[in-house]
Design a protein around this ligand. Structure first.
Ligand SMILES: [Zn+2]
Length: 205
């Protein structure tokens, strides 16, 4: 792509670093911003910079939060003895949208994936095991996507906690293998949480 302006080229290059944004889309977005009032670009830049500077993670569940505890963990009506293990905040949002779950979450921040250099120590696993050891948890619900990495991660965590006598379950798979949670429809996902099955029986499939 030939640019008549170094400023334009720079903006397009930065924009195209985002996932799913190729050079052409980046150019379209940058030109769009140029046609809008300058205030719009300023608000966008400001929102992104303040997110990076001020973002906090909940000290209990690692969800993105404005304070030390996220709104879910700080809510006394939620049941902290029930912990749903998810990959990232999009899964929390998807499950919250179903209005079928009143427990807490634990956001791992990814899945074990040796191919991508992600091991158990790169994820929020030890804090989950600590929570279980402290006896605060009655049931762990695994809600990772049913990919090989998701299964590996579930099993790794299961082995870490099985000695502590905590119940483990997995969301019933009305969801097709490989589907990401965030794309599952709310009714199916809500039903999956209510009809969750013991994790041990999911291993014998
Ligand atoms: Zn939290």
């Amino acid at each position: 792509m030939e640019f008549s302006s170094g400023l334009l080229e720079n903006a397009v290059r930065e924009m195209s670093q985002l996932p799913g944004i190729g050079k052409r889309t980046a150019l379209r977005l940058v030109l769009h911003l140029l046609r809008q009032p300058a205030g719009q670009t300023e608000r966008l830049a400001h929102a992104l910079c303040s997110l990076r500077e001020e973002v906090k993670y909940c000290s209990n569940c690692h969800n993105i939060s404005d304070g030390d505890l996220c709104e879910i963990c700080a809510n006394p009506k939620r049941d902290g003895s029930l912990v749903c293990v998810v990959e990232d905040i999009r899964d929390v949002m998807a499950i919250e949208n179903t209005s079928q779950y009143q427990g807490h979450y634990h956001v791992l921040g990814g899945k074990i994936s040796p191919m991508d250099g992600v091991g158990p120590n790169n994820l929020n696993i030890s804090s989950l095991v600590e929570k279980v050891k402290e006896g605060k948890v009655k049931e762990i619900i695994f809600a990772l996507s049913s990919t090989m990495e998701g299964d590996t991660t579930n099993f790794y965590i299961y082995r870490q906690i099985e000695a502590y006598g905590v119940a483990t379950s997995t969301i019933a798979r009305g969801i097709a293998v490989g589907d990401e949670l965030e794309y599952a429809d709310e009714i199916t996902l809500g039903r999956s949480i209510l009809n969750r099955i013991p994790f041990e029986s999911s291993l014998k499939r």
